[in-house]
Ligand binder design. Structure first.
Ligand code: HEM
Length: 164
């Protein structure tokens, strides 16, 4: 025969087990929400510094060889070219939310007087787009980066179209 105390302990134990087992089943699990996740920067989503660096190294030197743009870079030494790449890497890293510190001169100032046309700017866009595909950057991230670069057009293109 169970004593009152034992009966009480047993009943409490059963009640505890019931609550412990059933409660999680009925407690609604908070729905996964995009907003509750910290949003990753474009830099992170693109693949970080390695990808930024690869894109710059792939796209910019093509301007040096392309007959439509090569004349801008005639006489530019190896060290200056290396520096141009590094400045662009830091700038892209910074503008996409990465941890780099940009160290270029203001874009408008640097390109003033070069008379880069829209057509020549588009040559660069086309090489960047190809590099994004080559390095498997997602299509959403491609669009975001291309929009950011498009936003720089007014700082680079200071002449609509060269007179023929
Ligand atoms: C979004 C597009 C572009 C960006 C972000 C960009 C960025 C830069 C940067 C960071 C520099 C180095 C600035 C410094 O020395 O501190 C530079 C220099 C230069 N860029 Fe661009 N650039 C763009 C488009 C172009 C295009 C389309 C051309 C020509 C086709 C061009 C031609 C040059 C030249 C010739 C220099 C060297 C200028 C000098 O030091 O005298 N850039 N650019």
């Amino acid at each position: 025969m169970l004593t009152d105390t034992r009966r009480f302990i047993l009943a409490s134990l059963c009640a505890f087990l019931l609550v412990a087992i059933w409660n999680p089943l009925f407690t609604p699990v908070p729905a996964y929400s995009e907003e509750s996740q910290p949003k990753k920067s474009l830099y992170e989503r693109m693949g970080g510094y390695d990808v930024v660096s690869a894109i710059v190294e792939d796209a910019i030197p093509k301007l040096w060889d392309d007959p439509q743009t090569a004349s801008f870079f005639v006489g530019m030494g190896t060290d200056t070219r290396e520096m141009l790449l590094q400045k662009n890497k830091n700038l892209m890293c910074y503008n996409t939310g990465g941890p780099c510190k940009p160290f270029n001169r203001p874009l408008e100032k640097v390109h003033a007087g070069l008379n880069v046309t829209d057509k020549e700017f588009n040559v660069l866009l086309q090489y960047i787009k190809k590099a994004l595909i080559k390095y498997h950057v997602g299509s959403q991230e491609q669009d975001e980066l291309m929009a950011k670069i498009e936003g720089l057009r007014p700082y680079i293109v200071q002449q609509k179209e060269k007179a023929k």
